[in-house]
Ligand binder design. Structure first.
Ligand SMILES: Nc1ncnc2c1ncn2[C@@H]1O[C@H](COP(=O)(O)OP(=O)(O)O)[C@@H](O)[C@H]1O
Ligand SMILES: [Mg+2]
Length: 165
């Protein structure tokens, strides 16, 4: 599913690369996690793997496609949850999920089904700005699953959540 070969990435103007000598392989159906102290480069790596940071050295294959060759439709196939849940603060939970679901070409999941899965169904009509941090993180997770993607990237998905979740 994912093949990373000799990956190296330096932010513009950075003296040293943030990512260097990274090699790994993730098989279909595998759950693969990065552990490391803050500043280690986990988010940077996710941003490369999701096609947002370009200009890396080495190769990244998602499926059989090198990331440099991806088109817009790549985003129909992957789900991404960013570290910080960014939503429209004056929209409700449901309005946000409907809005983001509308950006996909393919049929999306019933928002209520996803909200139920994370215990947010009672808050469908709550404004995003009135959610707690953990509730925002749960909504962030729902958004990543809206289009039933084959591959999911989650940055610090347990942040703000209690162990039982
Ligand atoms: N947009 C950016 N521009 C320049 N440097 C950055 C940027 N984002 C992150 N960095 C640097 O890259 C390094 C790795 O950051 P990051 O990938 O966010 O780490 P992690 O997610 O593991 O905490 C840090 O030294 C950070 O300062
Ligand atoms: Mg990070």
């Amino acid at each position: 599913m994912i093949q990373v070969e000799n990956l190296e990435y330096a932010y513009p103007k950075a003296a040293v690369p943030t990512i260097k000598g990274v090699n790994f392989h993730v098989a279909d159906g595998e759950i693969f996690g990065f552990l490391g102290p803050s500043g280690a480069g986990k988010s940077t790596l996710q941003n490369i793997l999701t096609g947002m940071l370009k200009g890396y050295r080495g190769n990244v294959y998602i499926g059989n496609q090198e990331l440099r060759a991806i088109q817009e439709d790549f985003y129909e196939e992957i789900g991404v949850a960013f570290e910080f849940p960014n939503f429209y603060s004056r929209f409700t939970v449901l309005e946000n999920l409907r809005f983001f679901g509308g950006l996909y070409n393919r049929k999306t999941e019933d928002p209520y089904k996803l909200l139920k899965m994370v215990g947010l169904e009672q808050h469908a009509n709550t404004r995003f700005s009135n959610l707690s941090k953990g509730m925002k993180m749960r909504l962030n997770f729902c958004r990543a699953l809206l289009h039933d993607p084959a591959l999911i990237f989650l940055d610090e998905p347990t942040s703000g959540l209690e162990p039982s979740k």
